[in-house]
Design a binder for this molecule. Structure first.
Ligand SMILES: [Zn+2]
Length: 90
């Protein structure tokens, strides 16, 4: 018996090859692509794109961020919320 998991629409999950044949795959994360080292909490336009209209943070899968950048975004959004730049909920 085969135990093959398929996505809802039959999508196949992409797998990154990190050390394959010298060809480096393009980084998917928007912050890594731009070379951002620090996500500014005052940059509301950028952060707003990573929030739902109710003010929830998009998941890593949805936003396409890598783990490190998602962590930076999370900190930035929470700082922005505390400074009343972004809503906790709406
Ligand atoms: Zn990244």
């Amino acid at each position: 018996m085969r135990n093959v998991k398929q996505g809802r629409q039959g999508k196949q999950v992409k797998r990154k090859r990190r050390f394959g044949a010298g060809i480096r795959e393009q980084t998917q994360c928007r912050f890594c692509r731009e070379g951002t080292k620090y996500v500014d909490y005052k940059d509301i336009d950028t952060l707003q794109k990573l929030l739902t209209h109710r003010g929830k943070i998009f998941s890593r899968k949805r936003s396409g961020n890598c783990a490190g950048c998602q962590r930076k975004v999370k900190t930035a959004i929470k700082r922005a919320r505390f400074m009343a730049l972004l809503p906790f909920s709406s």
